[in-house]
Structures are given as C-alpha cells and as structure tokens.
Design a binder for this molecule. Structure first.
Ligand SMILES: Nc1nc2c(ncn2[C@@H]2O[C@H](COP(=O)(O)OP(=O)(O)OP(=O)(O)O)[C@@H](O)[C@H]2O)c(=O)[nH]1
Ligand SMILES: [Mg+2]
Length: 448
C-alpha cells in the first residue's frame, strides 16, 4: 500500500490562508489525531471547523476538508487543512503531520499518484503544470484544453487509426492466399497511411506553434554595427533598455528583453554588430552573436537603408538564407541608397518615427502563421517531450509512405507501424517507463 504523503500546497508566504494537503489511505485517521473534533465520522466532500492540537496546545484555528477515495485528485483519501497563512503556523501544521506518520511529498507527487492511479494521463498532468505556470490568456486556454482532455483525445484518435492500419496489415499477412483480399487491403492501407501522414504532419505543425506560444518566440536581432539594432529592440519593448550611440560597436554583450505581440511572448536578443575587429571584447561579442543565431526561432536582419549593401550585409544575408528571417531595412527617414530585391519578408521603416514597427510585429506573427489564433488552434501538444515523440512518428510515417508506394511487401512496414503505436502511447503515458515519469514530475511544484 502507498504511504501517506503531506505537503504545503499553497506558496509559503504571509497570506490569509495556507493549505496543507495529505493523501493516502489512512489520511483521515492521521489528521484526526491532531484535530480537536472528530473527523472519522465525516462524510466525503465536507468541511469541518476546529483546532489543530499538539499535546493539548492549540496550534491554529482551521477548516479541514475530507475527500474520500475514489472521487479525489489522487483517487486516494485526501484531507486538506486550511490554516492561517504564514511561515510559522503552516510549517508547524506540516511538522505535526510528519511527526504522526506522514511522509513529505516530493514535487508533483500528488499529480503523479493521480496519473499512476489512472485518473489522468500524462498529457493532462503536463497541462496541470502548464496551467499553474501560465502567464498569458493564450497559455491558460491551452492548458485548460489539456485538462479537458482535448489534446489527449486528438492523440488517442491517432492511436486508434494506427490500430486500424495495424489490424488491416495483419489480415493481409494472415490470409495471403486470398489475392483479392490482399489487393483490396493493400490499397486501403496505402490510402490510410497517406491520410495518417497528412494528419500527423498537420498536428505536428500546430503543436510546434503551440510550443512557440507557450515558451515564447526567440527572436535575434542581427546586423553590422550602427544599423540600428539596439534602437529597434528599444522600440519593440517600448523602453530604452539597450544603449544606443552613433559609435560602431556599442553593443558588446547580448541584451535580452521581452515584449508581447497579441498576447504572444517574444524573447528578444539584441546582438553585437557583426564585423571583423581587433577589439578583443568586441570579438567575443561577435562570436556570441553568431552562436545565438543557432538558438533562435526567428532572425531579424537589420540593414541600413541609407547605405549601399556592404560585404558584411551580404555575408549575413547568405548565412541566414535558410533560417526563418525578416529583413528590416532601417533608417528610411533618410535617402534610400540600398539596392536590394528578390528577397522575401522585407519590412521598411525607421526607429525614429517608428514607421514600420507595427508592420514588423505583424510579420513576426505571420511567418509562424500565428496572426489569428482560434480556440481550436490551442488543442495540440506543446511540450518538448511530446513534440519530439510526435516528430519521430512523423519521420517513420514519411518513410513508410515512401516504402509502400514502391510495392514492397506489406509485412515490411508492420514493425514501423507498431513503433508509431508505441510512441503515441508514450505521449499519452499509456506506455511509460519509471525513469521518464520520475523526471517529468520532478519539475512540478511542491504540493501539486
Ligand atoms: N536616421 C536614423 N538614425 C537611426 C535610426 N535608428 C538608429 N539610428 C541611429 O543610428 C545609430 C546607431 O544605432 P544603434 O541602435 O546603437 O545601432 P546598433 O546596430 O545597435 O549598433 P551596434 O550596437 O554598434 O552594433 C544611433 O546614432 C541611432 O540614433 C533611424 O531609423 N533613422
Ligand atoms: Mg547595439
């Protein structure tokens, strides 16, 4: 039998109320030992008023909720003590529970039990953590969709489709003597795999977008010295954070800042102007700029519209040609001297009058297809763990689709299809290994 766990579920600070939560068979008896009133006779989902007592000393005046298994958060008996907020009282109540036989819960252990006891799946568990951590309306909506099983349902539907394909393959293998049957199922499997491939790639694209919404879009600002990178950062965040001067090489270290565009968090990185330099500090800055180029979702390349393209500009355009990027041609308040065409995603503007800044903001959302986000858009995966599993599924199904069009015997793809079934099961947590579960719940907050 599982032991009884206890933890402070509210954040430990001075406040009106703190909640200390206890879960496991025997929780009611345990709390009863330190409570002034009788708890054992209480019905499930009721609240009782009384005192927490330690050797006849009144510790706190509290309200105690009793929730009996199985209709509880963990599917076990749960008792919640609503005590007065603050360090001394809350810690004392917790200490008394530990002295009387409870064990201090690990981070996320209540939710882990909810999962292991079959009340929620791993996607719902992740959504609970996301809801607690959400900082915008969009991420809150996404998380509540997860708790409502919308994301789990999407993945389970995929898994059902794979099960159907698998059973058709097995029919095909088991009855090869019925050639008609083989022909029919072979075509059917081909068609099913095509549909599945389209669906999984659509879900993957939407999921990657959800991850951007959840984590924020990482945007690096690059360009040679003095083109106006720091000025642009300041305009985007509407604050004079980065130092701006007319001296080339002003920015040496990466300047990080955040802003929001339509409730989507944008993590900005202003970088040192890229050029060859003898200045050692600036050299390090230039190296950092190039390093960060590999760790961002979007590059904004700033060019000076008042000058002809230089070798450095051309080099930067070349090294970023395969990246998702927007070219911001700055200083269009001055005469236009730049000669650039045949390049996508150009925005003209200047940081003095802020012309083009709104256009740039819309473009940032547009390149990721995030201009109009519907409620349906927020019903996909959003964590690195699940997206990497879905990515694997997508790679396998691409391979299978290519194989099957070459009329290779159908049993050759059975192993691959089974692998997809397993991977989808890992996403929901229907398949799991202990190490993964331990790792996942470690990141939860205490008391959840
Ligand atoms: N006319 C005009 N001047 C600008 C504009 N944007 C920036 N500047 C000026 O250009 C100079 C350089 O601006 P910064 O923002 O420091 O340029 P930077 O690209 O960050 O430069 P480094 O940090 O040295 O790489 C400053 O004197 C700015 O006032 C603009 O849109 N129009
Ligand atoms: Mg700068």
């Amino acid at each position: 039998m599982e032991d009884i766990i206890a933890s402070i579920s509210t954040s430990l600070s001075v406040g009106a109320i703190s909640i200390v939560r206890v879960s496991g068979a025997g929780s009611v008896d345990l709390v009863d030992k330190i409570f002034s009133n009788d708890l054992k006779s209480k019905q499930s989902h009721t609240i009782t008023y009384g005192y927490i007592i330690d050797n006849n000393e009144k510790i706190d005046e509290v309200l105690v909720s009793v929730f009996l298994a199985p209709k509880t958060y963990t599917k076990e008996d749960i008792v919640e003590i609503n005590c007065h907020g603050g360090y001394a009282t809350t810690n004392k109540v917790l200490q008394l529970l530990l002295d009387n036989g409870a064990r201090l819960a690990q981070p996320g252990e209540f939710t882990k039990r909810a999962y292991l006891n079959g009340r929620i799946d791993l996607l719902e568990a992740e959504a609970i953590s996301d809801l607690i951590n959400s900082k915008t309306e969009l991420t809150r909506k996404m998380a509540i969709n997860g708790i409502e099983k919308k994301i789990s349902n999407t993945i389970r539907e995929l898994r059902d489709e794979i099960a159907l394909i698998l059973s058709n393959i097995e029919v095909n293998i088991d009855y090869p003597e019925y050639t008609d049957e083989v022909e029919i199922t072979h075509n059917l499997i081909k068609e099913n795999i095509k549909n599945f491939r389209n669906k999984i790639n659509y879900i993957l694209k939407k999921s990657k977008n959800n991850m951007l919404i959840k984590e924020g879009i990482k945007v690096g600002i690059f360009g040679r010295p003095n083109v106006g990178k720091s000025s642009l950062l300041n305009r985007l965040i509407e604050e004079d954070k980065a130092i701006v001067t007319n001296i080339e090489g002003t920015t040496r270290d990466i300047v990080e800042a955040t802003c929001k565009i339509d409730d989507i968090v944008i993590n900005l990185y202003d970088t040192a102007g890229i050029r060859k330099t003898d200045d050692v500090i600036e050299q390090i800055g230039v190296k950092k700029s190039l390093d960060i180029l590999n760790n961002i979702d979007l590059a904004i390349i700033v060019l000076n519209g008042n000058e002809k393209l230089t070798e450095y500009d051309k080099e930067l355009l070349d090294i970023t040609k395969d990246k998702i990027r927007i070219i911001f041609i700055n200083k269009d308040d001055l005469d236009k001297k730049i000669d650039i065409d045949n390049i996508d995603n150009i925005v003209y503007g200047n940081t003095l009058t802020e012309k083009g800044i709104d256009k740039l903001k819309s473009k940032i959302l547009k390149v990721f297809d995030l201009e109009k986000i519907t409620d349906e858009d927020l019903t996909f995966l959003s964590s690195a763990r699940t997206i990497s599993l879905l990515n694997k599924c997508s790679n396998i199904i691409d391979k299978v689709d290519n194989t099957i069009t070459q009329d290779i015997p159908i049993d050759m793809i059975e192993i691959d299809i089974k692998e997809i079934w397993n991977l989808l099961g890992e996403i929901t947590g229907d398949n799991y290994n202990d190490e993964l579960i331990d790792k996942m719940f470690e990141n939860f907050c205490l008391g959840k």
